[in-house]
Design a binder for this molecule. Structure first.
Ligand code: SF4
Length: 267
């Protein structure tokens, strides 16, 4: 790449980060002499586009190759491909694990059934449990801002959780609960067939990647989940507690945007 191209890329990354900070309510960010203008209206935002990138289960460049023996058929095409409606029907009024005892509403997931990008959180919180929708509380609103900062709308992507019922007092889901419920997430991902999965927070990441490695060591690069590229990043709730996580999260999202061929509005 030429020096000029390098410079352009650096300036563009700085501009995108500034816009991201602004969209998340940060009013003062040093951006040089000139204030940047906001992008065009939401109607002009791009849809996530499917890239030509193909990842095979055998590719050795990612750090984690997930071979979930008993679930491999969910990705290799031999399992029945179900629609999201069929998967929801299969879950039914689920009592397969003890989390059903305290739930108000089961939170299946929502969004574009053909999304190129899927966000996976840990489990529903209080607001989600009451409304039956994922990421609708404070952390959810922040996730929506992150999605918009990527140049997308919430309805362009698909959002769901590892467990579909709220753990009591928002505790971390237990291993047996995640293991029982995960089958539905596998089926959702197979049905949607996204290009990229973004795991929000350590619990979802460790659960999907079958690892005990820290979030800090997992984030920032792609892993493989079946044949899908998976990015690990911070949960929006962590950003509410510690704004210092905004920068690394945005760096992770830039890697995802590059993979999907996404550009911010106005680019
Ligand atoms: Fe069923 Fe999943 Fe809810 Fe457990 S968390 S009761 S497995 S839907």
């Amino acid at each position: 790449m030429s020096t000029e191209a390098d410079l352009k890329e650096i300036i563009e990354e700085l501009r995108q980060y500034y816009e991201f900070q602004k969209s998340m309510g940060v009013e003062r960010v040093y951006a040089g002499k000139q204030e940047k203008e906001a992008g065009p209206p939401p109607a002009q935002r791009r849809q996530p586009k499917r890239t030509e990138t193909k990842v095979t289960a055998n590719k050795q460049t990612s750090e984690n190759i997930i071979t979930i023996e008993d679930k491999a058929d969910l990705f290799d095409g031999s399992a029945k491909l179900m629609t999201l409606e069929e998967i929801r029907e299969e879950i039914g009024d689920c009592t397969r694990c003890k989390l059903h005892e305290g739930r108000t509403k089961l939170v299946f997931g929502e969004g574009n059934p053909n999304a190129s990008l899927v966000f996976v959180g840990e489990g529903p919180g209080k607001d989600e449990d009451l409304q039956g929708r994922p990421f609708v509380g404070r952390a959810g609103k922040l996730l929506t801002k992150i999605i918009e900062a990527m140049g997308l709308k919430r309805e362009d992507v698909y959002i769901c959780n590892v467990v579909k019922c709220r753990p009591p007092g928002n505790r971390t889901p237990e291993q047996d609960e995640m293991a029982t419920c995960e089958q539905f997430l596998f089926k959702q991902i197979r049905s949607i067939d996204p290009e990229v999965i973004v795991c929000l927070g350590a619990t979802a990441s460790q659960s999907l990647l079958k690892t005990k490695n820290s979030l800090g060591s997992l984030r920032g690069k792609f892993h493989l989940y079946g044949n899908k590229k998976l990015m690990v990043t911070y949960h929006p709730a962590a950003l509410l507690r510690n704004p210092n996580f905004k920068k690394p999260l945005w760096e992770d999202m830039q890697v995802v945007m590059k993979e999907l061929g996404l550009k911010r509005p106005g680019d």
